[in-house]
Design a protein around this ligand. Sequence first.
Ligand code: ADP
Length: 610
Amino acid sequence: MPGGHGPGGPFGRAYMTEEEKANQPKVTPELIGRVLSYLKPYILQLLLVLLCILISSILKLLPSILTGKIVDEGLIGRSVNALLTYIVLSLAATFAGNLIGVAESYLNNWIAQHITFDMRNQMFKHLQSMSQRFFTNNNQGDIITRMTSDIDGVERVIGNTFTSIISNIMTLLVALIAMFRKNWLMAIIGIIIVPLFTIPTRKAGKTRWSLTRESQACNDEINGILNETMSVSGQLLVKLFGKEKYEYDRYAAANRKMVALNVKEKLAGRWFFVVLSTFASIGPMLIYLVGGILMINYGADMTVGDITVMVALLGQMYMPVNSLLNIQVDWMRSMALFSRIFEYFDMPVEIRNSENPVKPDLKGGDVVFEDVCFSYEASKPILKNVSFTLKCGDCVAIVGPSGSGKSTIINLIPRLYDVGTGSISWNGTDIRKIELEYLRSGIGVVSQENYLFNGTIRENLLYAKENATEAEMIDALKKANIYEFVEKQAEGLDTMVGNRGLKLSGGEKQRIAIARVLLKNPALFIFDEATSALDSISESKIQEAIEPIIETRTSILIAHRLSTILSADEILVVDDGRIVERGQHSDLVKAGGVYQKLYETQFSKVTENQ
Ligand code: ADP
Protein backbone atom coordinates (compact mmCIF):
# COMPACT_ATOMS: atom_id res chain seq x y z
CA MET A 1 0.00 0.00 0.00
CA PRO A 2 1.43 3.38 -0.89
CA GLY A 3 0.60 4.60 2.61
CA GLY A 4 3.02 2.12 4.10
CA HIS A 5 6.03 4.36 4.36
CA GLY A 6 6.49 3.71 8.02
CA PRO A 7 6.72 6.36 10.66
CA GLY A 8 8.47 8.96 8.62
CA GLY A 9 6.46 9.12 5.44
CA PRO A 10 8.30 8.98 2.13
CA PHE A 11 11.09 11.22 3.40
CA GLY A 12 11.95 8.82 6.17
CA ARG A 13 11.29 11.16 9.05
CA ALA A 14 8.25 12.73 10.55
CA TYR A 15 9.80 15.88 11.94
CA MET A 16 11.02 19.05 10.46
CA THR A 17 14.45 20.18 11.50
CA GLU A 18 14.84 23.63 13.01
CA GLU A 19 16.43 24.70 9.75
CA GLU A 20 13.52 23.39 7.75
CA LYS A 21 11.08 25.14 10.05
CA ALA A 22 12.92 28.40 9.59
CA ASN A 23 12.99 28.01 5.81
CA GLN A 24 9.40 26.98 5.35
CA PRO A 25 8.26 28.18 1.97
CA LYS A 26 5.22 30.38 1.60
CA VAL A 27 2.67 28.08 0.09
CA THR A 28 0.88 30.43 -2.24
CA PRO A 29 -1.75 29.53 -4.82
CA GLU A 30 0.85 30.48 -7.45
CA LEU A 31 3.28 27.92 -6.09
CA ILE A 32 0.66 25.19 -6.08
CA GLY A 33 -0.49 26.24 -9.54
CA ARG A 34 3.04 26.00 -10.77
CA VAL A 35 3.53 22.54 -9.30
CA LEU A 36 0.26 21.44 -10.88
CA SER A 37 1.35 22.81 -14.23
CA TYR A 38 3.97 20.08 -14.31
CA LEU A 39 1.27 17.47 -13.77
CA LYS A 40 -0.98 18.90 -16.45
CA PRO A 41 0.44 17.04 -19.46
CA TYR A 42 -0.20 13.79 -17.63
CA ILE A 43 -3.75 14.47 -16.50
CA LEU A 44 -5.19 11.35 -18.17
CA GLN A 45 -2.68 9.09 -16.51
CA LEU A 46 -3.33 10.82 -13.21
CA LEU A 47 -7.05 10.21 -13.43
CA LEU A 48 -6.30 6.59 -14.11
CA VAL A 49 -4.11 6.46 -11.02
CA LEU A 50 -6.94 7.90 -8.93
CA LEU A 51 -9.32 5.28 -10.24
CA CYS A 52 -6.79 2.55 -9.45
CA ILE A 53 -6.37 3.89 -5.93
CA LEU A 54 -10.11 3.96 -5.33
CA ILE A 55 -10.67 0.43 -6.57
CA SER A 56 -7.69 -1.00 -4.75
CA SER A 57 -8.66 0.68 -1.45
CA ILE A 58 -12.04 -0.96 -1.63
CA LEU A 59 -10.64 -4.32 -2.69
CA LYS A 60 -8.05 -4.31 0.06
CA LEU A 61 -10.63 -3.62 2.76
CA LEU A 62 -12.98 -6.28 1.46
CA PRO A 63 -11.22 -9.19 3.23
CA SER A 64 -11.60 -7.37 6.57
CA ILE A 65 -15.30 -6.94 5.96
CA LEU A 66 -15.61 -10.54 4.83
CA THR A 67 -14.08 -11.82 8.09
CA GLY A 68 -17.44 -11.02 9.71
CA LYS A 69 -19.19 -13.32 7.28
CA ILE A 70 -16.53 -15.98 7.72
CA VAL A 71 -17.08 -15.91 11.47
CA ASP A 72 -20.89 -15.55 11.51
CA GLU A 73 -21.97 -17.61 8.53
CA GLY A 74 -19.02 -19.95 8.23
CA LEU A 75 -17.74 -20.69 11.73
CA ILE A 76 -20.73 -19.97 13.95
CA GLY A 77 -23.24 -20.98 11.25
CA ARG A 78 -21.14 -24.14 10.75
CA SER A 79 -21.29 -23.94 6.95
CA VAL A 80 -18.24 -25.17 5.07
CA ASN A 81 -19.78 -23.86 1.87
CA ALA A 82 -20.07 -20.33 3.20
CA LEU A 83 -16.61 -20.64 4.70
CA LEU A 84 -15.10 -21.64 1.37
CA THR A 85 -17.00 -19.02 -0.60
CA TYR A 86 -15.91 -16.15 1.63
CA ILE A 87 -12.35 -17.38 1.88
CA VAL A 88 -12.06 -17.62 -1.90
CA LEU A 89 -13.74 -14.22 -2.31
CA SER A 90 -11.44 -12.73 0.25
CA LEU A 91 -8.32 -14.14 -1.38
CA ALA A 92 -9.53 -13.05 -4.81
CA ALA A 93 -10.15 -9.52 -3.56
CA THR A 94 -6.68 -9.31 -2.06
CA PHE A 95 -5.14 -10.64 -5.24
CA ALA A 96 -7.11 -8.27 -7.47
CA GLY A 97 -6.31 -5.38 -5.15
CA ASN A 98 -2.63 -6.15 -5.40
CA LEU A 99 -2.79 -6.46 -9.18
CA ILE A 100 -4.39 -3.06 -9.43
CA GLY A 101 -1.74 -1.84 -7.00
CA VAL A 102 0.90 -2.92 -9.51
CA ALA A 103 -0.81 -1.01 -12.28
CA GLU A 104 -1.12 2.01 -10.03
CA SER A 105 2.50 1.92 -9.08
CA TYR A 106 3.55 1.52 -12.71
CA LEU A 107 1.50 4.53 -13.77
CA ASN A 108 2.64 6.49 -10.81
CA ASN A 109 6.31 5.92 -11.45
CA TRP A 110 5.82 6.55 -15.10
CA ILE A 111 4.32 9.96 -14.35
CA ALA A 112 6.98 10.80 -11.76
CA GLN A 113 9.79 9.81 -14.11
CA HIS A 114 8.36 11.80 -16.99
CA ILE A 115 7.84 14.89 -14.90
CA THR A 116 11.37 14.77 -13.56
CA PHE A 117 12.66 14.10 -17.05
CA ASP A 118 10.96 17.29 -18.23
CA MET A 119 12.22 19.18 -15.22
CA ARG A 120 15.81 18.00 -15.50
CA ASN A 121 16.06 18.93 -19.16
CA GLN A 122 14.45 22.28 -18.54
CA MET A 123 16.87 22.93 -15.68
CA PHE A 124 19.94 21.89 -17.69
CA LYS A 125 18.96 24.18 -20.52
CA HIS A 126 18.27 27.01 -18.12
CA LEU A 127 21.57 26.57 -16.30
CA GLN A 128 23.46 26.56 -19.57
CA SER A 129 21.98 29.91 -20.39
CA MET A 130 23.19 31.35 -17.08
CA SER A 131 26.02 33.81 -17.24
CA GLN A 132 29.57 33.30 -16.08
CA ARG A 133 28.62 35.50 -13.13
CA PHE A 134 26.20 32.82 -11.96
CA PHE A 135 28.82 30.08 -12.12
CA THR A 136 31.39 32.26 -10.38
CA ASN A 137 29.04 33.21 -7.57
CA ASN A 138 27.43 29.82 -6.96
CA ASN A 139 29.02 26.82 -5.48
CA GLN A 140 29.32 24.03 -8.03
CA GLY A 141 28.14 21.57 -5.37
CA ASP A 142 24.92 23.56 -4.86
CA ILE A 143 24.19 23.63 -8.55
CA ILE A 144 24.70 19.90 -8.85
CA THR A 145 22.55 19.25 -5.77
CA ARG A 146 19.65 21.09 -7.40
CA MET A 147 20.07 19.06 -10.55
CA THR A 148 20.32 15.75 -8.72
CA SER A 149 19.00 15.47 -5.15
CA ASP A 150 16.35 18.18 -5.42
CA ILE A 151 14.89 16.81 -8.60
CA ASP A 152 15.17 13.27 -7.20
CA GLY A 153 13.16 14.64 -4.28
CA VAL A 154 10.48 15.81 -6.68
CA GLU A 155 10.34 12.34 -8.13
CA ARG A 156 9.77 10.94 -4.65
CA VAL A 157 7.13 13.54 -3.92
CA ILE A 158 5.17 12.78 -7.05
CA GLY A 159 5.77 9.05 -6.89
CA ASN A 160 4.98 8.78 -3.20
CA THR A 161 3.65 11.76 -1.31
CA PHE A 162 0.83 12.83 -3.60
CA THR A 163 -0.54 9.37 -4.20
CA SER A 164 0.05 8.33 -0.63
CA ILE A 165 -2.08 11.21 0.60
CA ILE A 166 -4.90 10.35 -1.74
CA SER A 167 -4.67 6.65 -1.12
CA ASN A 168 -4.62 7.10 2.66
CA ILE A 169 -7.63 9.34 2.61
CA MET A 170 -9.51 6.86 0.47
CA THR A 171 -8.60 3.85 2.60
CA LEU A 172 -9.62 5.74 5.69
CA LEU A 173 -12.90 6.89 4.20
CA VAL A 174 -13.80 3.42 2.97
CA ALA A 175 -12.93 1.92 6.38
CA LEU A 176 -14.93 4.55 8.24
CA ILE A 177 -17.98 4.12 6.05
CA ALA A 178 -17.79 0.36 6.55
CA MET A 179 -17.44 0.76 10.33
CA PHE A 180 -20.32 3.22 10.67
CA ARG A 181 -22.52 0.99 8.62
CA LYS A 182 -21.82 -1.86 11.03
CA ASN A 183 -22.08 -0.03 14.34
CA TRP A 184 -21.85 3.68 15.01
CA LEU A 185 -20.84 3.39 18.65
CA MET A 186 -17.90 1.15 17.98
CA ALA A 187 -16.97 3.26 14.98
CA ILE A 188 -16.70 6.24 17.30
CA ILE A 189 -14.54 4.26 19.73
CA GLY A 190 -12.36 3.34 16.78
CA ILE A 191 -12.01 6.98 15.72
CA ILE A 192 -11.05 8.02 19.23
CA ILE A 193 -8.39 5.42 19.80
CA VAL A 194 -6.73 5.34 16.41
CA PRO A 195 -4.91 8.67 16.88
CA LEU A 196 -3.57 7.35 20.22
CA PHE A 197 -1.65 4.74 18.28
CA THR A 198 0.42 7.40 16.72
CA ILE A 199 1.92 8.66 19.99
CA PRO A 200 4.70 6.07 20.16
CA THR A 201 5.37 6.51 16.46
CA ARG A 202 5.98 10.19 16.86
CA LYS A 203 8.14 9.71 19.93
CA ALA A 204 10.25 7.04 18.31
CA GLY A 205 10.46 9.11 15.16
CA LYS A 206 12.07 11.91 17.15
CA THR A 207 14.69 9.66 18.72
CA ARG A 208 15.55 8.06 15.45
CA TRP A 209 15.73 11.38 13.74
CA SER A 210 18.25 12.78 16.18
CA LEU A 211 20.34 9.63 15.78
CA THR A 212 20.09 9.92 12.03
CA ARG A 213 21.31 13.49 12.22
CA GLU A 214 24.28 12.45 14.27
CA SER A 215 25.15 9.72 11.84
CA GLN A 216 24.71 12.14 8.94
CA ALA A 217 27.21 14.50 10.53
CA CYS A 218 29.56 11.58 11.00
CA ASN A 219 29.03 10.57 7.41
CA ASP A 220 29.87 14.09 6.25
CA GLU A 221 33.06 13.89 8.24
CA ILE A 222 33.99 10.59 6.60
CA ASN A 223 33.20 11.99 3.16
CA GLY A 224 35.27 15.06 3.95
CA ILE A 225 38.27 12.91 4.81
CA LEU A 226 37.78 10.85 1.66
CA ASN A 227 37.43 13.93 -0.52
CA GLU A 228 40.56 15.44 0.91
CA THR A 229 42.72 12.37 0.83
CA MET A 230 41.53 10.58 -2.27
CA SER A 231 41.95 13.45 -4.72
CA VAL A 232 45.05 13.69 -6.87
CA SER A 233 46.41 16.75 -5.14
CA GLY A 234 45.29 15.65 -1.66
CA GLN A 235 47.01 12.30 -1.96
CA LEU A 236 50.14 14.04 -3.22
CA LEU A 237 50.16 16.20 -0.10
CA VAL A 238 49.61 13.17 2.16
CA LYS A 239 52.49 11.30 0.54
CA LEU A 240 54.92 14.17 0.50
CA PHE A 241 54.28 14.97 4.14
CA GLY A 242 54.25 11.31 5.19
CA LYS A 243 50.79 11.71 6.70
CA GLU A 244 49.43 8.25 5.78
CA LYS A 245 49.15 7.07 9.36
CA TYR A 246 47.63 10.31 10.55
CA GLU A 247 44.99 10.18 7.82
CA TYR A 248 44.32 6.50 8.49
CA ASP A 249 43.79 7.16 12.19
CA ARG A 250 41.47 10.03 11.42
CA TYR A 251 39.48 7.88 9.03
CA ALA A 252 39.37 4.87 11.36
CA ALA A 253 38.15 7.00 14.28
CA ALA A 254 35.29 8.46 12.27
CA ASN A 255 34.49 5.03 10.93
CA ARG A 256 34.33 3.59 14.45
CA LYS A 257 31.99 6.36 15.57
CA MET A 258 29.73 5.50 12.65
CA VAL A 259 29.56 1.84 13.72
CA ALA A 260 28.40 2.78 17.22
CA LEU A 261 25.79 5.19 15.88
CA ASN A 262 24.45 2.70 13.39
CA VAL A 263 24.05 0.00 16.03
CA LYS A 264 22.22 2.48 18.25
CA GLU A 265 19.94 3.53 15.45
CA LYS A 266 19.02 -0.01 14.54
CA LEU A 267 18.27 -0.80 18.18
CA ALA A 268 16.11 2.31 18.53
CA GLY A 269 14.08 0.92 15.64
CA ARG A 270 13.68 -2.34 17.51
CA TRP A 271 12.53 -0.69 20.75
CA PHE A 272 10.15 1.40 18.78
CA PHE A 273 8.65 -1.72 17.32
CA VAL A 274 8.12 -3.23 20.80
CA VAL A 275 6.31 -0.12 22.04
CA LEU A 276 4.32 0.20 18.87
CA SER A 277 3.06 -3.36 18.82
CA THR A 278 2.05 -3.09 22.47
CA PHE A 279 0.06 0.05 21.75
CA ALA A 280 -1.37 -1.36 18.58
CA SER A 281 -2.73 -4.37 20.42
CA ILE A 282 -4.66 -2.19 22.87
CA GLY A 283 -7.10 -0.99 20.17
CA PRO A 284 -8.51 -4.38 19.23
CA MET A 285 -8.76 -5.35 22.90
CA LEU A 286 -10.85 -2.26 23.59
CA ILE A 287 -13.17 -3.10 20.73
CA TYR A 288 -13.53 -6.67 22.00
CA LEU A 289 -14.23 -5.34 25.49
CA VAL A 290 -16.75 -2.67 24.57
CA GLY A 291 -18.34 -4.78 21.85
CA GLY A 292 -18.46 -7.78 24.18
CA ILE A 293 -20.10 -5.86 27.04
CA LEU A 294 -22.61 -4.30 24.67
CA MET A 295 -23.47 -7.68 23.23
CA ILE A 296 -23.46 -9.74 26.44
CA ASN A 297 -24.86 -7.33 29.02
CA TYR A 298 -26.98 -5.02 26.95
CA GLY A 299 -28.10 -7.40 24.25
CA ALA A 300 -26.96 -5.07 21.52
CA ASP A 301 -27.89 -6.05 17.98
CA MET A 302 -24.44 -7.31 17.08
CA THR A 303 -22.84 -10.57 16.07
CA VAL A 304 -19.42 -11.98 16.86
CA GLY A 305 -18.64 -11.40 13.21
CA ASP A 306 -19.46 -7.72 13.53
CA ILE A 307 -16.95 -7.34 16.33
CA THR A 308 -14.31 -9.21 14.34
CA VAL A 309 -14.91 -6.94 11.36
CA MET A 310 -14.48 -3.90 13.58
CA VAL A 311 -11.17 -5.19 14.86
CA ALA A 312 -9.95 -5.99 11.37
CA LEU A 313 -10.99 -2.58 10.04
CA LEU A 314 -9.30 -0.86 12.94
CA GLY A 315 -6.06 -2.62 12.05
CA GLN A 316 -6.38 -1.28 8.52
CA MET A 317 -6.79 2.27 9.74
CA TYR A 318 -3.56 2.52 11.64
CA MET A 319 -1.17 3.22 8.76
CA PRO A 320 -3.31 5.76 6.90
CA VAL A 321 -4.01 7.76 10.07
CA ASN A 322 -0.37 7.77 10.97
CA SER A 323 0.66 8.88 7.51
CA LEU A 324 -1.99 11.56 7.38
CA LEU A 325 -0.88 12.99 10.72
CA ASN A 326 2.55 13.45 9.19
CA ILE A 327 1.26 14.97 6.01
CA GLN A 328 1.97 18.51 7.01
CA VAL A 329 5.67 17.76 7.28
CA ASP A 330 5.77 15.94 3.96
CA TRP A 331 3.75 18.65 2.34
CA MET A 332 6.01 21.43 3.62
CA ARG A 333 9.08 19.52 2.63
CA SER A 334 7.70 18.94 -0.86
CA MET A 335 6.81 22.57 -1.25
CA ALA A 336 10.28 23.58 -0.04
CA LEU A 337 11.77 21.33 -2.69
CA PHE A 338 9.66 22.83 -5.41
CA SER A 339 10.35 26.37 -4.35
CA ARG A 340 14.09 25.70 -4.27
CA ILE A 341 13.88 24.40 -7.81
CA PHE A 342 11.66 27.23 -8.99
CA GLU A 343 14.06 29.70 -7.45
CA TYR A 344 16.62 28.49 -9.97
CA PHE A 345 14.16 28.56 -12.83
CA ASP A 346 13.28 32.13 -11.97
CA MET A 347 16.78 33.44 -12.15
CA PRO A 348 16.80 35.77 -15.10
CA VAL A 349 18.95 34.90 -18.07
CA GLU A 350 21.48 37.70 -18.01
CA ILE A 351 23.15 37.25 -21.34
CA ARG A 352 20.61 36.60 -24.03
CA ASN A 353 20.10 37.14 -27.73
CA SER A 354 18.58 40.42 -28.79
CA GLU A 355 15.17 40.45 -30.46
CA ASN A 356 16.46 40.33 -34.03
CA PRO A 357 20.02 39.12 -33.81
CA VAL A 358 22.25 39.70 -36.80
CA LYS A 359 25.24 37.90 -38.25
CA PRO A 360 27.69 40.43 -39.68
CA ASP A 361 30.86 39.28 -41.38
CA LEU A 362 33.22 38.92 -38.45
CA LYS A 363 36.31 38.01 -40.44
CA GLY A 364 36.43 41.34 -42.16
CA GLY A 365 35.75 43.91 -39.43
CA ASP A 366 37.38 45.88 -36.63
CA VAL A 367 36.61 45.31 -32.96
CA VAL A 368 35.94 48.64 -31.26
CA PHE A 369 35.68 49.31 -27.51
CA GLU A 370 33.97 52.62 -26.93
CA ASP A 371 33.99 54.15 -23.48
CA VAL A 372 33.41 50.78 -21.83
CA CYS A 373 32.71 50.74 -18.09
CA PHE A 374 32.10 47.51 -16.25
CA SER A 375 31.81 46.13 -12.75
CA TYR A 376 31.27 42.62 -11.37
CA GLU A 377 29.61 44.01 -8.28
CA ALA A 378 27.69 47.26 -8.41
CA SER A 379 29.79 48.98 -5.77
CA LYS A 380 33.18 48.20 -7.29
CA PRO A 381 33.90 49.60 -10.74
CA ILE A 382 36.49 47.49 -12.55
CA LEU A 383 36.80 48.93 -16.05
CA LYS A 384 36.67 52.69 -16.47
CA ASN A 385 36.10 54.27 -19.88
CA VAL A 386 38.08 51.76 -21.88
CA SER A 387 38.30 52.70 -25.57
CA PHE A 388 40.43 51.13 -28.25
CA THR A 389 40.19 49.76 -31.76
CA LEU A 390 41.48 46.40 -32.85
CA LYS A 391 41.89 46.64 -36.63
CA CYS A 392 41.07 43.60 -38.71
CA GLY A 393 44.22 41.53 -39.10
CA ASP A 394 46.08 43.40 -36.34
CA CYS A 395 47.20 42.31 -32.93
CA VAL A 396 46.71 44.26 -29.74
CA ALA A 397 48.70 43.37 -26.62
CA ILE A 398 47.29 44.25 -23.23
CA VAL A 399 49.80 44.66 -20.44
CA GLY A 400 49.42 45.84 -16.87
CA PRO A 401 49.84 44.83 -13.27
CA SER A 402 47.94 41.84 -11.91
CA GLY A 403 44.32 42.68 -11.05
CA SER A 404 44.25 45.73 -13.32
CA GLY A 405 41.41 44.35 -15.45
CA LYS A 406 43.13 42.68 -18.42
CA SER A 407 41.15 39.42 -18.28
CA THR A 408 37.98 41.39 -17.72
CA ILE A 409 38.47 43.28 -21.00
CA ILE A 410 38.87 39.96 -22.78
CA ASN A 411 35.84 38.38 -21.10
CA LEU A 412 33.59 41.10 -22.47
CA ILE A 413 34.22 40.24 -26.12
CA PRO A 414 32.55 36.77 -26.17
CA ARG A 415 29.90 38.29 -23.86
CA LEU A 416 30.75 36.20 -20.82
CA TYR A 417 29.64 39.44 -19.20
CA ASP A 418 27.95 42.43 -20.77
CA VAL A 419 29.36 45.93 -20.59
CA GLY A 420 27.89 48.24 -17.98
CA THR A 421 27.96 51.40 -20.09
CA GLY A 422 29.62 52.14 -23.39
CA SER A 423 29.74 49.55 -26.15
CA ILE A 424 31.78 46.99 -27.97
CA SER A 425 31.16 46.69 -31.67
CA TRP A 426 32.45 44.34 -34.28
CA ASN A 427 32.40 45.35 -37.92
CA GLY A 428 30.16 48.24 -36.92
CA THR A 429 27.56 46.13 -35.07
CA ASP A 430 27.13 46.26 -31.31
CA ILE A 431 28.04 42.75 -30.12
CA ARG A 432 24.82 42.61 -28.08
CA LYS A 433 22.94 42.65 -31.40
CA ILE A 434 24.99 39.82 -32.88
CA GLU A 435 23.58 36.35 -32.53
CA LEU A 436 25.27 34.96 -29.43
CA GLU A 437 26.29 31.56 -30.75
CA TYR A 438 27.55 33.12 -33.96
CA LEU A 439 29.56 35.71 -32.04
CA ARG A 440 31.18 33.05 -29.87
CA SER A 441 31.92 30.85 -32.85
CA GLY A 442 33.93 33.75 -34.21
CA ILE A 443 36.22 33.88 -31.19
CA GLY A 444 38.90 31.44 -30.09
CA VAL A 445 40.24 31.78 -26.58
CA VAL A 446 43.38 30.21 -25.17
CA SER A 447 43.45 31.03 -21.50
CA GLN A 448 45.91 30.23 -18.74
CA GLU A 449 43.55 27.68 -17.27
CA ASN A 450 42.65 25.62 -20.30
CA TYR A 451 40.02 23.08 -19.64
CA LEU A 452 40.60 19.75 -21.30
CA PHE A 453 37.95 17.07 -20.92
CA ASN A 454 38.87 13.73 -19.48
CA GLY A 455 39.08 11.98 -22.83
CA THR A 456 41.52 11.52 -25.65
CA ILE A 457 43.44 14.27 -27.45
CA ARG A 458 41.28 13.51 -30.48
CA GLU A 459 38.05 14.01 -28.53
CA ASN A 460 39.32 17.26 -27.13
CA LEU A 461 40.18 18.50 -30.62
CA LEU A 462 36.86 17.40 -32.09
CA TYR A 463 35.08 19.53 -29.50
CA ALA A 464 36.16 22.52 -31.57
CA LYS A 465 35.16 21.06 -34.92
CA GLU A 466 33.02 17.96 -34.94
CA ASN A 467 33.80 16.90 -38.48
CA ALA A 468 37.52 17.69 -38.52
CA THR A 469 39.52 15.24 -40.61
CA GLU A 470 42.62 13.47 -39.37
CA ALA A 471 44.72 15.65 -41.67
CA GLU A 472 43.18 18.84 -40.29
CA MET A 473 43.86 17.71 -36.74
CA ILE A 474 47.45 16.86 -37.49
CA ASP A 475 47.90 20.17 -39.26
CA ALA A 476 46.54 22.05 -36.22
CA LEU A 477 48.75 20.06 -33.86
CA LYS A 478 51.77 20.82 -36.03
CA LYS A 479 50.96 24.52 -36.06
CA ALA A 480 50.52 24.43 -32.31
CA ASN A 481 53.97 22.89 -32.02
CA ILE A 482 52.68 19.79 -30.23
CA TYR A 483 52.52 17.22 -33.01
CA GLU A 484 55.97 15.85 -32.22
CA PHE A 485 54.79 15.07 -28.71
CA VAL A 486 51.54 13.48 -29.84
CA GLU A 487 53.36 11.38 -32.42
CA LYS A 488 55.66 10.01 -29.74
CA GLN A 489 52.79 8.72 -27.63
CA ALA A 490 52.00 5.03 -28.15
CA GLU A 491 48.33 5.85 -28.67
CA GLY A 492 48.95 8.97 -30.72
CA LEU A 493 45.80 11.05 -31.06
CA ASP A 494 43.98 8.57 -28.85
CA THR A 495 46.16 9.30 -25.82
CA MET A 496 44.03 9.98 -22.75
CA VAL A 497 44.66 13.41 -21.28
CA GLY A 498 43.51 12.45 -17.78
CA ASN A 499 41.21 14.25 -15.43
CA ARG A 500 41.20 17.91 -16.54
CA GLY A 501 44.23 17.15 -18.66
CA LEU A 502 46.35 16.44 -15.59
CA LYS A 503 48.36 13.76 -17.39
CA LEU A 504 49.86 16.48 -19.54
CA SER A 505 52.30 19.16 -18.48
CA GLY A 506 51.14 22.76 -18.39
CA GLY A 507 52.92 23.55 -21.64
CA GLU A 508 51.55 20.51 -23.44
CA LYS A 509 48.06 21.32 -22.30
CA GLN A 510 48.45 24.88 -23.49
CA ARG A 511 49.60 23.76 -26.95
CA ILE A 512 46.74 21.25 -27.27
CA ALA A 513 44.44 24.12 -26.41
CA ILE A 514 46.06 26.22 -29.14
CA ALA A 515 45.57 23.36 -31.62
CA ARG A 516 41.93 23.18 -30.56
CA VAL A 517 41.44 26.88 -31.23
CA LEU A 518 43.25 26.61 -34.56
CA LEU A 519 40.80 23.91 -35.61
CA LYS A 520 37.94 26.18 -34.67
CA ASN A 521 39.49 28.76 -37.00
CA PRO A 522 37.83 31.82 -35.48
CA ALA A 523 37.83 35.37 -36.80
CA LEU A 524 39.47 36.60 -33.61
CA PHE A 525 42.10 34.89 -31.49
CA ILE A 526 42.39 35.72 -27.82
CA PHE A 527 45.43 34.62 -25.84
CA ASP A 528 45.83 34.97 -22.12
CA GLU A 529 49.52 34.35 -21.92
CA ALA A 530 50.74 32.13 -19.12
CA THR A 531 53.00 33.93 -16.67
CA SER A 532 55.10 31.81 -14.44
CA ALA A 533 53.81 28.26 -14.63
CA LEU A 534 55.91 27.32 -17.64
CA ASP A 535 59.59 26.59 -18.11
CA SER A 536 61.43 28.50 -20.78
CA ILE A 537 61.47 25.61 -23.28
CA SER A 538 57.71 25.22 -23.04
CA GLU A 539 57.37 28.96 -23.27
CA SER A 540 59.35 29.24 -26.43
CA LYS A 541 57.43 26.36 -27.98
CA ILE A 542 54.21 28.15 -27.22
CA GLN A 543 55.70 31.36 -28.49
CA GLU A 544 56.58 29.67 -31.78
CA ALA A 545 52.99 28.46 -32.07
CA ILE A 546 51.43 31.81 -31.26
CA GLU A 547 53.70 34.06 -33.31
CA PRO A 548 52.49 33.12 -36.80
CA ILE A 549 48.92 33.47 -35.60
CA ILE A 550 49.31 36.96 -34.21
CA GLU A 551 51.20 38.08 -37.26
CA THR A 552 48.49 37.06 -39.70
CA ARG A 553 45.22 36.97 -37.78
CA THR A 554 43.16 39.44 -35.82
CA SER A 555 44.20 38.80 -32.26
CA ILE A 556 44.21 40.27 -28.81
CA LEU A 557 46.50 39.03 -26.11
CA ILE A 558 47.37 39.53 -22.52
CA ALA A 559 51.13 39.55 -22.73
CA HIS A 560 53.83 39.10 -20.17
CA ARG A 561 56.75 38.33 -22.41
CA LEU A 562 58.62 40.99 -24.21
CA SER A 563 58.90 39.02 -27.45
CA THR A 564 55.13 38.69 -27.66
CA ILE A 565 54.63 42.31 -26.80
CA LEU A 566 57.06 43.32 -29.50
CA SER A 567 55.13 41.44 -32.17
CA ALA A 568 51.90 43.28 -31.40
CA ASP A 569 50.77 46.19 -33.54
CA GLU A 570 49.66 48.21 -30.55
CA ILE A 571 50.28 47.91 -26.85
CA LEU A 572 47.60 48.95 -24.36
CA VAL A 573 48.79 49.55 -20.83
CA VAL A 574 46.04 48.97 -18.28
CA ASP A 575 46.22 50.16 -14.72
CA ASP A 576 43.33 50.06 -12.27
CA GLY A 577 40.77 49.50 -15.02
CA ARG A 578 41.92 52.34 -17.27
CA ILE A 579 44.02 52.38 -20.37
CA VAL A 580 46.76 54.66 -19.12
CA GLU A 581 49.20 54.42 -22.02
CA ARG A 582 49.13 53.06 -25.56
CA GLY A 583 51.47 52.83 -28.48
CA GLN A 584 54.67 51.12 -29.55
CA HIS A 585 57.25 49.60 -27.27
CA SER A 586 60.01 52.09 -27.86
CA ASP A 587 57.73 55.11 -27.34
CA LEU A 588 56.23 53.64 -24.19
CA VAL A 589 59.62 52.91 -22.65
CA LYS A 590 60.67 56.46 -23.37
CA ALA A 591 57.50 57.84 -21.81
CA GLY A 592 58.68 56.59 -18.41
CA GLY A 593 55.24 55.65 -17.07
CA VAL A 594 53.60 52.39 -15.92
CA TYR A 595 54.89 50.56 -18.98
CA GLN A 596 58.45 51.49 -18.31
CA LYS A 597 58.15 50.19 -14.74
CA LEU A 598 56.62 46.93 -15.95
CA TYR A 599 59.35 46.67 -18.54
CA GLU A 600 62.03 46.97 -15.90
CA THR A 601 60.47 44.71 -13.29
CA GLN A 602 58.67 42.05 -15.30
CA PHE A 603 59.29 41.86 -18.98
CA SER A 604 63.05 41.99 -18.84
CA LYS A 605 63.21 39.08 -16.41
CA VAL A 606 61.23 36.88 -18.73
CA THR A 607 63.48 37.72 -21.64
CA GLU A 608 66.53 36.81 -19.61
CA ASN A 609 65.02 33.38 -19.08
CA GLN A 610 64.80 32.65 -22.77
P1 ADP B 1 43.96 40.90 -14.50
O1 ADP B 1 43.55 40.00 -15.59
O2 ADP B 1 44.52 42.18 -14.96
O3 ADP B 1 44.86 40.25 -13.50
P2 ADP B 1 41.18 40.77 -13.79
O4 ADP B 1 40.49 41.33 -14.98
O5 ADP B 1 41.20 39.30 -13.64
O6 ADP B 1 42.65 41.34 -13.70
O7 ADP B 1 40.51 41.36 -12.48
C1 ADP B 1 40.27 42.73 -12.30
C2 ADP B 1 39.57 42.94 -10.98
O8 ADP B 1 38.29 42.34 -10.98
C3 ADP B 1 40.31 42.35 -9.78
O9 ADP B 1 40.26 43.30 -8.77
C4 ADP B 1 39.52 41.13 -9.42
O10 ADP B 1 39.54 40.95 -8.03
C5 ADP B 1 38.13 41.49 -9.89
N1 ADP B 1 37.39 40.30 -10.36
C6 ADP B 1 37.78 39.42 -11.31
N2 ADP B 1 36.84 38.49 -11.54
C7 ADP B 1 35.82 38.76 -10.70
C8 ADP B 1 34.54 38.17 -10.45
N3 ADP B 1 34.10 37.10 -11.13
N4 ADP B 1 33.75 38.72 -9.51
C9 ADP B 1 34.16 39.82 -8.84
N5 ADP B 1 35.33 40.42 -9.03
C10 ADP B 1 36.17 39.92 -9.95
